[in-house]
Design a protein around this ligand. Structure first.
Ligand SMILES: [Zn+2]
Length: 333
């Protein structure tokens, strides 16, 4: 048993229990729930939900390190000062809540910092300069330079989702207009997919042109669009090519700012890299300022569990255990 990690995002809470088996870091157990919408301090609020998940995952190992990743501007005190996409976590002292309930003070950090930590610890060969970007309800960032996370003076560094890419553009939940996440998040892809299906640009969500099902009715529009692209739908491929251009705008800025060796893609969009990589790399390569040094794009290790795994690894480091326990460690399932 190594640690428990919990990732609190815009729509879901994902908790994992990490183990080391034969030199590999492995997710031994996971819990996946819709994020609580209740008031922060209430019994159905996020703090209670995170404490419940932590209690279940650590039940036979009291005192095990616990890490929590939150989507938002998480300060060095482990409290989210702002969270445009998960407002119910703002001001919540999860450290105090879990300490009271479980007797363990968790490490609380930004969720994309957790993804960056997972990539830093688990990727082989190792890299010391990487940018992790999570594309989900919003866009988060974890910036690693010289092997260390860039945190800024208050812990808020690495929020590329709110870089303005269009002055007076689409209004964002943060209060600005034209933020990158309004053009390139997973939520934006779902909006574009809904428009494409409604306008007939892509065959409807229930059937492609030959009448075959391209996905269940419950799948989100963005996922259905990606499935249609995989099936070769020209309209879907066109939508993804345009969308990739918006992904490239922000990623190009980050490459120019930080000169990373690697771009790690987390969040829901990471599962669509098979169809996004080619148009995205094309857009990046057409940028004259970075055309000769476009970093490789990789999905975050351990897919959607990456943030929770990274939170657990951070908690191990906070507890004095090196999150790189074995130089031959590989991510397992
Ligand atoms: Zn914004």
């Amino acid at each position: 048993m190594l640690a428990v990690g919990i990732d609190v995002g815009g729509t879901k809470v994902l908790g994992v229990r990490l183990e080391r088996v034969g030199g590999r870091v492995r997710v031994a157990e996971r819990i996946h729930l819709p994020v609580a919408r209740g008031h922060a301090d209430s019994s159905d609020g996020v703090a209670a939900q995170v404490a419940d998940v932590a209690a279940v995952l650590s039940v036979d190992t009291p005192g095990i390190p616990i890490g929590v990743g939150l989507a938002g501007f998480v300060g060095t005190d482990g409290v989210a000062a702002r969270s445009p996409n998960v407002p119910q976590v703002v001001g919540v002292d999860l450290g105090a809540a879990l300490h009271e309930r479980l007797g363990v003070r968790p490490l609380v950090d930004n969720d994309a910092n957790c993804v960056a930590t997972a990539a830093l610890a688990l990727r082989t060969p190792r890299v010391s300069d990487l940018v992790a970007v999570t594309f989900g309800t919003g866009i988060g960032g974890g910036l690693v330079a010289g092997g260390e996370l860039l945190r800024g003076s208050r812990g808020f560094a690495g929020e590329p989702g709110h870089m303005v890419v269009v002055r007076d553009g689409i209004p964002c939940v943060c209060g600005q207009s034209g933020c990158w996440e309004r053009y390139a998040s997973g939520a934006r892809l779902s909006e574009l997919a809904t428009e494409a299906f409604a306008g007939g640009r892509v065959a409807g969500p229930d059937a492609d042109r030959s009448g075959r099902s391209i996905g269940s009715r419950s799948a989100r529009p963005g996922e259905l669009l990606v499935e249609a692209a995989r099936a070769g739908d020209a309209g879907a491929l066109e939508v993804l090519a345009e969308f990739s251009g918006w992904l490239a705008v922000g990623l190009s800025n980050l490459v120019n700012l930080l000169d990373p060796e690697l771009l790690v893609i987390g969040g829901g969009l990471s599962s669509a890299l098979d169809v996004l990589s080619e148009p995205l790399t094309g857009h990046l390569a057409s940028n004259p300022t970075i055309s000769d040094r476009v970093p490789p794009l990789e999905a975050a290790p351990m897919a959607e569990a990456s943030g929770a795994v990274g939170a657990a690894l951070m908690a191990m480091r906070g507890a004095g255990t090196d999150p790189r326990p074995d130089p031959t460690a590989r991510p397992g399932q």
